[in-house]
Design a protein around this ligand. Sequence first.
Ligand code: NAD
Length: 327
Amino acid sequence: MKRVLVSEPIHEDGIELLRVRDDVEVILADNSDPTTLARLIPGVHGIAVRTAKMNADLLSLSEDLEVVSRHGVGCDNVDVAHLSKRGIPVAIAAGANSTSVAELTFAMMLTLTRRLRDLDQAVRANNFSARSKLLAMELEGSNLLIIGFGRIGRKVAARARAFGMNVTVADIELDHTLANELGCKGVEDFQSNLSNTDILSIHVPLNDSTRHLVSDQILSQLKPGAILLNCARGGILDEAALLKVLENGHLAGAGLDVFSIEPPPPNNPILRALLAREDVVLAPHAGAASTGAMRAMAIMAAQNILDCFDGVLKPHCTFNLKTLEPR
Ligand code: NAD
């Protein structure tokens, strides 16, 4: 019998997929506190995890562990190096949430460029004439720079092209053919394009090489009046630097779905200052929070666990494929 721990609530269809197998026992954690997880992890063969921190101390508690399956794609809450060393795959729900995140990115982009928050307030305040001052930036003909041309970045790029935007995509492993097919300019080094950029959108993973990738030096080179969007991970953006370029008027606004600390603590002065600004549009790490994505992620997270047990885990769903040591 394989024991599978589901560390946080997921869509019932994912749980069901595990339950119909008579060789699988499902353990549902009623909370994801480290002490609860430490009690439940010993002896499990698979773990389905959303955002709970899975560090080496916790993961070492099960010698039988065969797979850790993310309900999502970012793996910064899992000690991937520890699992790779033990020959344990980290599975991801590749593509299950990319439409949802791309759509939130676009919602934030349009909210900022069409000044929807201000327009909404103006109507409520019976200030109809505000429209002559609250002028929008049209997306058609504007320059979008996408850092990270992966599953999400590609969907943002396709939507931006449909709006008539000039799209530059940057990626350390750039698919030039796909960039060409979508009508985008592909660059390996995004720093070459900053002064021409009206909107910068971040779609890379958080890791040692991307922490504070979008720094003071990068933000201050963007075109005056530019907009910054981060629907990837908080740590990629230097939030203090963002606050500075918003306060000095160099940037016109920002859309943030993710934060260096989540939820943003009341005693963090930088995050508090960002949250208080009218030119910042916020969401509570809701990129994947669509009904379709929640179901798709749960099903894929469960299927990846079963595939691993059956020896057929797909390479594109294996996050640590390149570093996985033999067991
Ligand atoms: P992906 O792996 O398909 O794409 C990431 C791309 O970034 C890859 O093409 C990779 O080559 C590129 N990259 C990595 N490091 C880079 C660097 N230093 N410079 C330039 N390019 C670099 O991943 P995805 O599915 O598109 O997701 C991207 C990220 O979005 C995830 O890692 C996750 O952190 C975040 N995400 C957020 C939410 C949310 O709720 N807001 C939901 C899903 C994913």
